[in-house]
Design a protein around this ligand. Structure first.
Ligand SMILES: [Cu+2]
Length: 526
């Protein structure tokens, strides 16, 4: 739920709309509704390195939606948010320049209203964190939280400076799968992601673990969500690869040949939508072959008819088009996030167009097989936990106006909102294997995410799960109220890899909640 204080804040930013035409500082035009969906441009590593430069820009479209974009220069102009493709063991060298317009009064008012204390240590530019500041989180990658890698706590890129360079070695045992990148400036993440600043990152090799996908046309579908002002309750639009997928517009169109199998990699880059995805034929949900979740290949592929993907989650599956004459759609079903949550509404995301010449998209390459047991965290189920912890989500109310404070708390500690200069609420050591119960004491569903590692899901509501999947983001459903137990998940955290030593964060991936402080630090001592 959106709080009153945020509505007041939003009033300060209303009425700011100027179409900016400052070249790379503005965003490219987005595709028209009802057209054939195209994948983002793929940038592929060469000889072990992928080098790229993004220019973060922003603009406001004719309908009043603010866009934030990772601009990438091609021979024919700028495109936004390319898919970064790397292999295990490669290095990503990514330059990011911030060209968000500094003359924008929206940001100035935001800055006056809210900025958090600066962390004691700075990586990158100096100054205050504002709506014009940015940085990058590499969601799901099991890499270092240090400066120039996946450090969201101290990395600051300010508009008008020469920019910042990330240099990230992808571990040799990184699970093949779908990851993503997005800004993570505390207090302003929601606004930039709402504007579309998010892109996919693929660690190649899925077909070497699950040969079911070998040779199939692969599609990368990023579902984003945009509000006119992201913390005012009201209608939102989902988009599919930047094409608006909302009434009254015609649906985005995905082309497939009749009977064709495709490998779909779906990224939920919404700011708060729990997607319940279905592939329907003539109105009936069809089983699809689920291959991976959150960038981690399943131990065994399995057939599912509904796939719940929380905000920031990913689902990768094989889908088969019907025979000619049938109607097929990709939809999301209604999902209740509880009495104080926002409704996640059912809607058609795309229509399938059967054609004998579908757009061919990236297909994986052949190579020697990879084995699940060689991937990071593979033996986690067999480990004995060194520590048990309980963490819980809770909200504080202000009269009848809904929740005004959002907390994630280590059981036994005092509830508090995140501050940039806070001390870690958890300190552990490289080598630790910890079981965490994550409980939801709020009347709203939350999405738990921890940086730097995947975790193994052991239990839901105290019951062992039939299949243990690796995830980096997981839904914890809302509390039904007095007389009902809290819902919970039990997960196993793996801190054995010295690469991830340092300070990083865990938080709710409903981005408003994160921005309002439903986040804390964990320190993994070397
Ligand atoms: Cu939340």
């Amino acid at each position: 739920m959106r709080s009153v204080c945020r509505c007041l804040l939003a009033i300060a930013v209303c009425g700011v709309a100027s179409i900016q035409t400052m070249g790379q500082a503005s965003c490219p035009a987005r595709p028209s509704p009802g057209t054939v969906v195209q994948d983002a441009l793929s940038l592929t590593s060469l000889n072990g390195t992928l080098e790229a430069k993004f220019i973060m820009g922003h603009s406001v479209d004719e309908s009043g939606y603010t866009h934030y974009c990772y601009n990438y220069k091609t021979a024919t102009g700028y495109v936004e948010a390319p898919t970064l493709r790397l292999n295990q063991g490669d290095t990503l060298v990514l330059g990011v320049v911030d060209r968000i317009q500094a003359d924008d009064s929206m940001g100035m008012k935001m800055k006056m209203k809210m900025h958090s204390a600066l962390p004691s240590q700075i990586c990158g530019d100096t100054g205050m964190q504002t709506l014009q500041s940015t940085n990058v989180h590499f969601h799901g990658l099991n890499v270092s939280p240090d400066c120039h890698q996946d450090d969201v706590l101290t990395t600051l890129i300010q508009p008008g400076t020469p920019g910042f360079e990330f240099k990230i070695p992808i571990p040799k045992d990184e699970p093949p799968g779908l990851y993503w990148y997005h800004p993570h400036i505390h207090g302003f993440t929601e606004f930039q992601v709402n504007g579309g600043a998010a892109g996919a990152l693929v660690v190649e090799g899925m077909e070497k673990i699950h040969p079911e996908v070998a040779g199939l046309t692969e599609r990368v579908f990023t579902i984003r969500q945009q509000y006119l002002v992201p913390w005012i309750p009201g209608p939102y639009q989902l988009t599919l690869n930047y094409q608006v997928s909302a009434l009254p517009f015609p649906h985005p169109v995905i082309q497939m040949a009749p009977g064709e199998k495709q490998f779909w990699r779906i990224l939920n880059a919404t700011i708060q939508d729990f997607l319940q995805l279905q592939f329907q034929i003539n109105g009936t949900a069809q089983p699809v072959e689920l291959v991976a979740l959150d960038g981690y290949p399943l131990a065994k592929t399995r057939m599912e008819t509904t796939i719940l993907v929380p905000p920031a989650g990913r689902a990768e599956f094989v889908v088969q088009a019907p025979a000619a004459g049938a109607t097929a759609t990709l939809i999301t079903q209604n999902y209740s996030t509880g009495p104080t949550g926002n409704a996640d509404l059912a809607q058609n995301i795309a229509d399938i167009q059967l054609t004998n010449s579908p757009a061919k998209a990236h297909a994986g390459s052949a190579g020697p097989a990879l084995h699940l047991e060689d991937l990071k965290f593979a033996d986690l189920a067999k480990q004995n936990p060194t520590t048990q912890r309980k963490i819980y989500f809770s909200e504080e109310f202000g009269g009848t106006n809904g929740p005004i404070q959002f907390y994630i708390t280590v059981d036994g500690q005092q509830q508090k909102v995140f501050e940039a200069d806070e001390k870690p609420v958890i300190t552990t050591k490289v080598g630790a294997v910890e079981d965490w119960v994550i409980e939801n004491r709020a009347l709203e569903t939350h999405a738990f995410h921890i940086h730097q590692i995947h975790f193994l899901v052991l239990e839901v509501d105290g019951q062992p799960v039939p299949v243990q999947d690796y995830r980096d983001t997981i839904e914890v459903p809302f509390w039904e109220g007095p007389g009902h137990p809290y819902h919970s998940v039990k997960v196993r955290m793996d801190f054995r890899d010295p690469t991830i030593a340092g300070t990083f964060v865990f938080h709710c991936h409903i981005l408003l909640h994160e921005d309002l402080g439903m986040m804390h630090k964990i320190l993994v001592e070397p």
